[in-house]
Design a protein around this ligand. Structure first.
Ligand SMILES: *Cc1c(COP(=O)(O)O)cnc(C)c1O
Length: 392
């Protein structure tokens, strides 16, 4: 199986068949498991074997199939699935940190990631240092010998800054710090984060892995030692377990993720071409477009620009709202990676909480609109966005 290419692994890796030999993965909607004898129960509690389960908060066969499949795709030794992407982000960090530790993170983060760092970890005595993630000198200065963890989104939400994984890993490892990457925007399709030196990779499975807006989920990937000795004890006792039903949705999502994400990326490329230089826009931001400041890095790191772009309407918030309200295909919502194109106004929704000063620093301007490109026909989307821009 290790020689199989990603598309084959996305369909077959991790499959466990019951005695019925079902083709599609079974959903084990059970919270517990029956032991053959009292001795067997005692033995399993002492040390559970590879395919032995105790309680669904610790593990479940459908969830294990999802964990094994995503680990295989990502090239990770092990994975632990969670009830949401934020349970994965907070679980990965909380399980490895203690009071007095130091985290250096890129400043441009998803709102809830920023909350976990600045409001929760800081309250427990973890020192948080935020830097401009695109500035390698800033990383170098901040990553002191006291640094324990380095954290960033490889492509930031919502301004699509690309962080140089290999360069930051080198600086972090030189100080014995572990690198934890929130890789949602890259998606498993364009990720080579472990090859590029990451210690821990996190996904919100809610995004491209489901890809059809049905269920919440998340996953933490890393070494066998980190997952079994650090993450598992923390998550199994704090309890954000992924539901077996949602794990089944994520397994089915992985089967088609490559086809979906590549099709969505091709449309994002066409949209970036159609929108760049538009007179109503102050900027169009797409890492896969030659105009993006880190285009070369993005191509080196991911090979493609991904499924998200952002536009900044020159007319500010009023123009952005007129544009959003005039759309006929894309919907106003805040998920991403979905089959439906989804548009978000970060300044008043996902990043509303941030003070103006921080919004300015992150480039979350009043005119900024994030576009998650779906599976609709590219020409239809372009026509719709252009007509909505006319009305903006
Ligand atoms: C959505 C998202 C998360 C959180 O995932 P949920 O499944 O919504 O909890 C974390 N990081 C990034 C970059 C995201 O886009």
């Amino acid at each position: 199986m290790t020689d199989w290419k990603p598309r084959t692994r996305a369909v077959h890796a991790g499959t466990r068949r019951s005695q019925y030999g079902e083709v599609s993965e079974a959903i084990f909607l059970t919270q517990g498991f029956v032991y053959d004898s009292a001795e067997a129960a005692a033995q399993r509690f002492e040390k559970a074997g590879e395919d032995e389960f105790i309680y669904a908060r610790y593990g479940n066969p459908t969830v294990a199939m999802f964990e094994d499949r995503i680990a295989s795709l990502e090239g990770a030794e092990a994975a632990f699935a969670t009830a949401s992407g934020m349970a994965a982000v907070s679980g990965a960090l909380m399980s490895m940190l203690k009071a007095g530790d130091r985290v250096v993170s890129a400043r441009a983060l998803f709102g809830s990631c920023l909350y976990v760092l600045e409001e929760i970890l800081a309250r427990y005595g973890v020192e948080i240092v935020l830097v401009d993630g695109t500035d390698l000198e800033a990383w170098e200065q901040a990553i002191t010998p006291e640094t324990d963890v380095v954290f960033f989104e490889s492509v930031s939400n919502p301004t699509l800054e690309v962080i140089d994984i290999e360069a930051v890993v080198k600086l972090a490892h030189a100080q014995n710090a572990k690198v934890v990457i929130d890789n949602v925007f890259a998606s498993p399709v364009y990720s080579r984060a472990f090859e590029q030196g990451a210690d821990v990779v996190i996904y919100s499975a809610t995004k491209h892995i489901d890809g059809q807006g049905r269920a919440m989920g998340g996953v933490i990937l890393g070494s066998e030692e980190y997952i079994r000795k650090t993450v598992e004890p923390y998550l199994k006792h704090t309890g954000p377990a992924l539901s077996p039903f949602s794990a089944w949705i994520m397994l089915k999502g992985l089967e088609t993720i490559e086809l979906r994400v590549r099709a969505q990326t091709a449309t994002a490329e066409a949209l970036a071409d159609a929108l760049s230089g538009h007179p109503k826009l102050a900027r169009a931001i797409y890492p896969g477009h030659a105009s993006h400041a880190q285009h070369d890095l993005c191509m080196r790191q991911m090979g493609k620009g991904g499924t998200l772009l952002a536009i900044d309407l020159a007319g500010g918030q009023e123009a952005a709202f007129r544009f959003l309200n005039a759309l006929q295909i894309g919907v106003i919502s805040n998920n991403l990676g979905d089959a439906k194109s989804i548009l978000t106004h970060p300044a008043t929704t996902t990043h509303q909480r941030l003070p103006q000063e921080q919004k300015d620093l992150l480039g979350i301007t009043p005119g900024l609109v994030r576009i998650s490109v779906g599976l609709e026909d590219a020409d239809d989307l372009i026509v719709d966005m252009l007509q909505a821009l006319d009305q903006a």
